[in-house]
Write a protein that binds this ligand. Structure first.
Ligand SMILES: [Zn+2]
Length: 233
C-alpha cells in the first residue's frame, strides 16, 4: 500500500477520534457542568462582595448612631431652659441652636432612610443569590457525575480508536507521522488534502514548481500557505 493511501487511512480513522473529542467538548453534560462550576465560583466572589458591603453598612449605622447621641446630648441643655432664661441667659442663642439641631435631625433622618433602603437592597440581592447558589450546589454533584460518566464513555471509545490508529501508524514513515501529529495538535484538520489543478484544495494556494515535481513522483508536499499535506491522485 502506498504511503499516501496509508496516510489517508490513518486520517480517516483519526477523524473518528476527532469526532469523539468534539462530541465531548460540545456535549450538554460538559456545558452544564462547566456553567454551574463557573456560576458557583463567581457567586462566591459576589457573596464576599456583599459581605464587605454589609460590613460597610454596619459601620455607617454606627456612625449615624453616634451622630444621634451627640444631638440627644445637646438636647439635654433644653431641659432646664426656663431656669437658664430666668437667670438671664441669651434666648436668641438657644433659638439658633434649636434651629441647628432641627436641621441636623432632618439630615440624619435622610441618611438613616438611605441606609435602610441600601440595606434592604443588599439583603434582597444576598437572599436571591443565596437561593440560586443553594440550588446550584444541590445540582452540582449530579452534573459532575453525569459529565464524568459521559467523559468515560468517550475516552473508552477514543482508546479503541487510538489503538487502531497505532496499528495503522506502523506502516507510516516516522518523520511524516510526527509532522502529522504536530499539525493535528494545532487543530488543523483534515491534514492531508488532494491537489486539484496544481492547487491546495483547502486554501487554493498554487504549488511551487519544485513541489509540482515532487508530487508528480507520488510524494507528499506541504502547502506553503495552510501547511497541510498535499497529494496528487
Ligand atoms: Zn493550503
Amino acid at each position: 500500500m502506498s504511503q499516501i493511501t496509508q496516510l489517508l487511512n490513518y486520517q480517516k480513522k483519526d477523524s473518528e477520534l476527532l469526532a469523539l473529542e468534539e462530541e465531548l467538548a460540545n456535549s450538554d453534560e460538559r456545558k452544564k457542568y462547566l456553567q454551574t462550576q463557573n456560576f458557583l465560583k463567581k457567586a462566591s466572589e459576589k457573596l464576599d462582595q456583599l459581605e464587605g458591603k454589609s460590613q460597610e453598612l454596619a459601620s455607617l449605622f454606627e456612625r449615624l448612631t453616634g451622630k444621634y447621641e451627640e444631638i440627644a446630648e445637646t438636647l439635654k441643655d433644653y431641659e432646664h431652659i426656663d431656669e437658664l432664661v430666668a437667670g438671664g441667659a441669651d434666648i436668641s442663642f438657644y433659638q439658633r441652636s434649636a434651629q441647628q439641631l432641627t436641621d441636623s435631625l432632618k439630615s440624619l433622618k435622610g441618611e438613616v432612610n438611605n441606609l435602610i433602603s441600601v440595606a434592604k437592597e443588599t439583603q434582597d440581592e444576598y437572599l436571591a443569590l443565596k437561593k440560586k447558589v443553594l440550588a446550584a450546589q444541590k445540582q452540582y454533584p449530579d452534573l459532575k457525575n453525569a459529565y464524568q460518566e459521559y467523559k468515560k464513555t468517550r475516552q473508552e471509545a477514543a482508546a479503541k480508536v487510538s489503538a487502531e490508529l497505532e496499528n495503522i501508524a506502523k506502516d507510516i514513515d516516522e518523520g511524516v507521522l510526527k509532522k502529522y501529529k504536530a499539525k493535528r495538535a494545532e487543530r488543523i484538520f483534515p491534514i492531508l488534502c488532494e491537489i486539484k489543478s496544481d492547487r491546495c484544495s483547502k486554501c487554493g494556494m498554487e504549488l511551487s514548481l519544485a513541489d509540482k515535481e515532487t508530487v508528480s513522483e507520488g510524494r507528499v508536499v506541504e502547502c506553503e500557505n495552510c501547511h497541510r499535506f498535499l497529494y496528487k491522485v
